[in-house]
Design a protein around this ligand. Structure first.
Ligand code: C2E
Ligand code: MG
Ligand code: MG
Length: 641
């Protein structure tokens, strides 16, 4: 659409040559989508068409309400600025009407003497986008060669109209390109962290792989997965989880070189491609640095969070030959790290696929385990060390798989936690353990405390207290016989939240134990803030006590310290994993109240527990085998009796 102001009557005054010229210009404008090119064309073509000494293009600066020279002949990089409505260009920009000054000396308007250039005549025409919005002014100057006439004014107006249409088109193309670029960016990036996503990883990795093949370089793919991220997400909320991921992404990015590719696959999984590496050792160092970087505490919302990561590494040309192979292998290796205790890295090795296969099949079959009644509880007795009496037992989950046989909870509980299945499974355990305890009481066995393991995923759910209340109600078990075992890490994630929840649980009348004490965080501050009844010293400390090695002697000191600390805080202490007579002696001397371990009983099914209890009580057995025979401790015999 051409400028409406072009008057058909006046156009007729133009010559054949003018038309041809303008058509040429229109064709050139039509071919270009570059705004800069269009501006240049306006300036240089109008100088030619008008035979002007100088032509400048002013653009409007909407922020400062000024016009300024964007492009022009004779400006030599200098910029002229005029307020809107002032001077010739400012007035044209303001009114939208052309100005033609035939003799500057006689004109009342102030005409600037541009850089010593004595202007005689001036023609200024507005430049409008699509004939409507004024965006600038084209201004032609002449020294002496006679004034600009009506033909000049019309030619310049037509030129500006043609340019206005071309500019509008170029603008919309540019906007569309920017939009396309934005959409491509969004399709290839994870918007949470700003890192490239899986799509871009696949694209870039295949380019890197081709390059590595051509140049015979080595290439490494590192897959990082945060350990126990789901727990943080579930317990502290998704906002905290998202913020943590952002910070982790930043740490990872700043721990590798600029040109290493860092991507996020989704969730808490990141993939890094190291494209030009010298040796496997270098890759190992990068992995170590990454682990260290992730281990440093994170601060989210004023909370200090500790996380670790597991890294799996695959390498070209070692075993991985294609993009999918490299990613799958890194993933396999990562799962192996998880299975072997997390917070470490490992290179892919062929035999790993078995582990992955088993893991995959276990996850799918775990869904059926509850339904098929393949889950059952074993019970492990806990004894009082001073009198040898049975004081409690721990319910330990067993999965009796139709084909694979007995599967250890150490293997499937983490899978159940990852998939969320630990919630229904844990509820079943709680209910079953309460019912069994009540059943034994009704059958006339002396009542003892039942300890039930609770996973963080269960504990952090809003309905957890209701679930416990319901299990007590359904079984009619007196709450004083139920103890919940929680881990340190779980409580530490959100001390205030945990404290509030524990208080609610205490109101129900149940007991609270900390399981695996000593393995989580070295900080003991939190213990005082929480209503905890029992500390279970982790079996690793007890196990290490058997070695009479001065260096390992530290563990004895540690166990003593834990017992003292617990006593000072008014807690009951139980040692688990007690396998040797020496353990018993040392623990009794250190005033540890209770023990649990293979030395007197492994975890056994409910029926065997009944036999165990019916055999006249473990007190006599224990006093005979463990306490009585100990020379130099006669006092204990009397107590045990
Ligand atoms: P845990 O709660 O620390 O349980 C103690 C583990 O030590 C049990 O392993 C037990 O069989 C083993 N143990 C007991 N005495 C000895 C000993 O003298 N020597 C040695 N070497 N080991 C001993 P288990 O039954 O394989 O359970 C492993 C872990 O699985 C448990 O550790 C607990 O964290 C988890 N778990 C078991 N049942 C449940 C459950 O119902 N819910 C949840 N969330 N976790 C469970
Ligand atoms: Mg336990
Ligand atoms: Mg334990």
């Amino acid at each position: 659409m051409l400028d409406q102001s072009i008057n058909a009557a006046k156009i007729t005054k133009l010559s054949q040559i003018d038309y041809e010229w303008l058509i040429q210009i229109a064709l050139k404008l039509n071919l270009s989508n570059s705004i800069d090119y269009i501006y240049e064309l306006i300036v240089y073509q109008s100088a030619k068409l008008l035979n002007a000494d100088r032509v400048s293009l002013f653009l409007i600066d909407n922020d400062s309400h000024e016009v300024y020279t964007h492009l022009g002949m004779g400006l030599e990089g200098k910029e002229i600025r005029l307020p809107m409505g002032r001077g010739v260009a400012g007035t044209v920009a303001f009114t939208g009407q052309p100005i033609n000054i035939t003799d500057a000396e006689l004109d009342p308007r102030p005409v600037r003497n541009y850089f010593g250039y004595a202007t005689k005549t001036i023609l200024a025409v507005p430049l409008k986008l699509n004939g409507t919005t004024i965006i600038g002014v084209v201004q032609a100057l002449n020294k002496a060669d006679g004034p600009f006439d009506e033909r000049d004014e019309r030619v310049l107006e037509i030129l500006c109209s043609l340019a206005g249409v071309a500019l509008e088109r170029a603008n919309s193309i540019r906007e569309k390109e920017a939009l396309d670029e934005k959409m491509i960016y969004q399709a290839q990036h994870d918007l949470e962290t700003g890192l490239p996503n899986r799509a871009l990883l696949l694209q870039r990795l295949s380019l890197d792989l081709e390059e590595a093949k051509r140049r015979q370089h080595e290439l490494a793919v590192l897959m990082i997965d945060l350990d126990r991220f789901k727990l943080i997400n579930d317990s502290l909320g998704h906002e905290v989880g998202d913020e943590l991921l952002k910070q982790v992404a930043h740490r990872i990015k700043t721990s590798v070189r600029m040109n290493d590719l860092v991507t996020r696959l989704g969730g808490d999984e990141f993939v890094i491609v190291l494209s030009k590496i010298k040796s496997r050792q270098d890759v190992g160092k990068v992995a170590q640095n990454l682990l260290k970087a992730i281990q440093r505490p994170f601060y989210v919302d004023g909370t200090e969070l500790f996380v670790t990561g597991s890294i799996g590494i695959s390498m070209y040309p070692n075993l991985g030959k294609s993009v999918t192979e490299l990613i799958r292998q890194a993933d396999n290796a990562m799962y192996r790290v998880k299975a072997q205790g997390k917070n470490n890295y490992q290179f892919f090795a062929e035999e790993m696929s078995d582990i992955e296969l088993r893991r995959l099949s276990l996850v799918t079959q775990l869904h059926k385990a509850l339904e098929f009644e393949e889950l059952m509880l074993f019970y492990q007795p806990q004894l009082n060390l001073q009198n040898g009496k049975l004081v409690g037992m721990e319910a330990l989950l067993r999965w009796k798989h139709r084909e694979l046989g007995m599967i250890s909870p150490a293997e499937f509980i983490p899978l159940a936690e990852e998939t969320g299945l630990v919630v229904p499974i844990g509820n079943w355990v709680l209910n079953d353990a309460c019912k069994q305890t009540k059943k034994w009481q009704l059958a006339g066995f002396p009542p003892v405390r039942m300890s039930v393991n609770v996973s963080a995923v269960q504990f952090n759910r809003n309905d957890f207290i209701g679930v416990v209340r319901e299990a007590l109600h359904a079984s009619q078990l007196d709450p004083q016989y139920l103890e919940l075992e929680l881990t340190e890490g779980l409580l530490l994630q959100d001390i205030q939240g945990a404290a509030a929840k524990l208080k609610e649980l205490k109101k129900l009348g149940v007991y609270i134990a900390i399981d695996d004490f000593g393995t989580g965080y070295s900080s003991l501050r939190y213990l005082k803030q929480l209503p905890i009844d029992t500390l279970k010293i982790d079996q690793s400390f007890i196990r290490d006590m058997r070695i009479y090695d001065p260096a390992k002697g530290k563990d004895k000191a540690l166990v003593e310290a834990i017992i003292m600390l617990g006593h000072n805080l008014g807690m009951n202490i139980i040692a688990e994993g007690v396998e040797l007579q020496e353990h018993v002696d040392f623990l009794r001397d250190s005033k540890c109240e209770e023990i649990q371990g293979y030395i007197f009983c492994k975890p056994i099914p409910a029926l065997e527990i009944e036999t165990f209890m019916a055999q006249g009580g473990p007190g006599e057995r224990l006093s005979a085998t463990l306490l009585n025979n100990h020379p130099g401790k006669p006092g204990l015999v009397e107590k045990a009796g």
